[in-house]
Ligand binder design. Structure first.
Ligand code: ZN
Length: 181
């Protein structure tokens, strides 16, 4: 039997407030993390068979490192991408060590370094992916860093001011000169 001070989980049924349930879930999540000023933040909750942290969230077990990145940046992972560790440490959930990226660059970080060095050349597929990630909440600063282009270039891409013909979701214009009809 647990000590008398052990908190008891109660199910909120009478008057559920979705935003509070969300806040409780996120608080519980971070309670499982041993943070450090530098280095990896190790997941202290349960691990899956591959050594990744797992956390029950919105009805099912999910990978803790993916949630850590989403809870920090507000970006929901695009289905074509993986949540990649720069530290190669599966139980680490330090958002500074994580990024949403392709499987290819996950196994070969040389691709990542080469990407940063090529200064602004993007394929059509990458332009579409930038727009799709932005639509899922990606921060422009993260997109700029990962694709090796400037914040301003990302901004023009997501608003369709550059390469509008390539495709992908265009961010709604907040331009005072373009009033909706
Ligand atoms: Zn790490």
């Amino acid at each position: 039997m647990a000590g008398i001070d052990a908190p008891r989980r109660r199910k909120v049924t009478a008057d559920p407030h979705p935003e509070l349930e969300e806040a409780v879930a996120v608080s519980r999540f971070w309670a499982n993390v041993k943070r450090s000023d530098e280095g990896c933040w190790i997941w202290a909750g349960s691990l899956d068979g591959n050594g990744y942290g797992e956390f029950f969230y919105r009805g099912r077990n999910r990978r803790a490192h993916e949630l850590a990145l989403s809870f920090t940046t507000g970006e929901k992972r695009h289905e074509s991408l993986e949540t990649c560790h720069s530290c190669d440490n599966p139980p680490c959930v330090n958002p500074g060590h994580l990024r949403f990226d392709t499987r290819k660059s996950n196994v070969d970080d040389m691709v990542q370094r080469g990407r940063a060095a090529r200064s602004g050349k993007l394929s059509d597929a990458e332009v579409v992916l930038i727009r799709e990630r932005r639509a899922r909440g990606a921060r422009q600063i993260d997109l700029a860093e990962q694709f090796g282009v400037s914040d301003g270039q990302i901004s023009m891409i997501v608003r369709g001011l550059r390469w509008p013909e390539v495709g992908g979701p265009i961010e709604a214009k907040r331009n005072q000169y373009r009033k909706a009809a």
